[in-house]
Ligand binder design. Structure first.
Ligand SMILES: [Mn+2]
Length: 425
């Protein structure tokens, strides 16, 4: 389904006078509103191919209201729809083997029609596939048996090859490897096996590619995880070389971890590579970004902006930005629109922080002033800047509202049927 430009324009025209009024106010309140809008226009967040259908927990999956994408082409169509609405979702991230492109050049061309590029490729050695001869029950890249490690290495190399054909330039490796019980694993040997395996995968990376080593504190293993935190990920990334980086998934920390500090130090070391956005109350809950802890999201972006500027990095292209969430009770497209919106808002808030004043207050040990500066940025309603960025790039002033007004889910149900199931989790 292609969203006609006129339906966006009609909607925007109706909302224009109210928008202009709000924009004029915020533009007069903050400095360099136009510079912020330009940065927002450039900023794109990749949508993972597995987030477009029914998500779920390990207890059950509940179908969405129908019209789920039945194949990769329809997933691309869905991301195209999101991008048409918000102009900030111009990339898709594939998970192999859930979404293997049968004809990569046709897949690439289809994505280009919707203005999409292929972001990081994701390998999967946390599930056994029907055609795999060896099991990952006791790990993949860490496995005590070198033939299991070989199978996992070969899979990752295959994913790189598929990514090359699609024009991707990064590989995200997330491992479920670890142990469930004390004594099950020799930690050092598990680390070394994993490192040796990653080195083989690293050798297959083209020069312009990056490898993202994603960490996670626990689950599915509950005693130890072989890439369990940012320190372990940084060890691997450092030992592997300059094309390897740490990837931060917001849900992959122990409770109350100071993620903004982690981000700041990884950036300082030039080893932050990418981001997976989601939100959580307890663990890796994979809820809509910004739905539970919007202030934390802002604080993270505050460090991202400050740290990237300190290194002269381009905000839009310097790191890999992706949503990684799962949907059990919402329409995934509505959920993703909300997540992208929350990310854009947090980014805009971070861009509006008075950095000079903050630095001065820090140097003066004026703690109260530091807090005022950050909270002032957080509490100022900058949403009209985000809306203006969308307007200028051809998106909708209020994407979720338009999605509902046009009955896009109902149209997808009509087109694809009520009982369709997307590949994925
Ligand atoms: Mn992730």
């Amino acid at each position: 389904m292609v969203l006609e430009k006129y339906s966006i324009d009609d909607f925007n025209n109706d909302a224009l006078s109210g928008h202009k009024r709000k924009l004029a106010y915020i533009t007069s309140e903050i400095s360099d509103a136009d510079g912020i809008i330009k940065k927002l226009i450039d900023f794109q967040i990749a949508i993972p191919s597995w987030a477009l259908g029914t998500g779920g927990t390990r207890f059950g999956r509940f179908a969405i209201t129908g019209g789920e994408p039945r194949n990769l082409e329809e997933k691309i169509e869905d991301v195209g729809l999101l991008h048409a609405l918000n102009q900030s979702s111009g990339a898709i991230s594939l998970h192999i083997p859930w979404d293997i492109p049968e004809n990569p050049s046709a897949t690439k061309a289809l994505a280009a029609q919707y203005g999409l590029r292929f972001d990081a490729m994701n390998s999967n050695t946390f599930q056994d596939q029907p055609d795999s001869s060896l099991s990952y029950k006791f790990g993949s890249l860490q496995h005590v048996d070198s033939s299991v490690r070989r199978q996992a290495i070969d899979h990752n190399i295959e994913v790189i090859k598929q990514g090359i054909e699609l024009g991707s330039n990064s590989l995200t490796v997330w491992l479920a490897d670890g142990s469930c019980f004390p004594g099950q694993l020799n930690f050092r040997k598990a680390f070394q096996n994993t490192l040796e395996s990653l080195k083989e995968i690293y050798k297959a990376l083209p020069d312009n590619w990056k490898m993202f080593v994603e960490y996670k504190a626990y689950e599915p293993n509950f005693y130890s995880t072989t890439v369990g935190d940012w320190g372990q990920s940084l060890l691997y990334a450092t030992k592997l070389g300059e094309k390897a980086f740490t990837l931060v998934d917001l849900g992959h920390h122990l409770p109350n971890a100071n993620i903004e500090q982690i981000v700041s130090l990884l950036l300082m070391e030039g080893k932050l590579g990418g981001f997976h956005f989601n939100d959580s109350k307890y663990g890796d809950d994979d809820l809509t970004t910004g739905s539970i802890k919007p202030y934390q999201l802002f604080l993270i972006f505050n460090e991202l902006v400050e740290g990237m500027d300190a290194r002269g990095m381009d905000h839009a292209t310097g790191l890999g930005w992706m949503i990684d969430a799962s949907h059990n009770v919402k329409d995934p497209l509505e959920d993703l629109l909300q997540s992208v919106e929350a990310i854009m808002i947090a980014y805009a808030q971070a861009l509006s922080v008075d950095r000079k004043a903050l630095t001065e207050a820090q140097h003066a040990n004026d703690v109260a002033r530091c807090q005022e500066i950050l909270q002032n940025a957080f509490r100022t309603d900058i949403r009209p800047l985000v809306a203006e960025a969308r307007l200028r790039s051809g998106g909708a002033l209020a994407p979720l509202e338009l999605y509902r007004k046009l009955g896009l889910r109902q149209q997808l149900v009509k087109q694809r049927g009520q009982k369709t199931v997307a590949t994925g989790l």
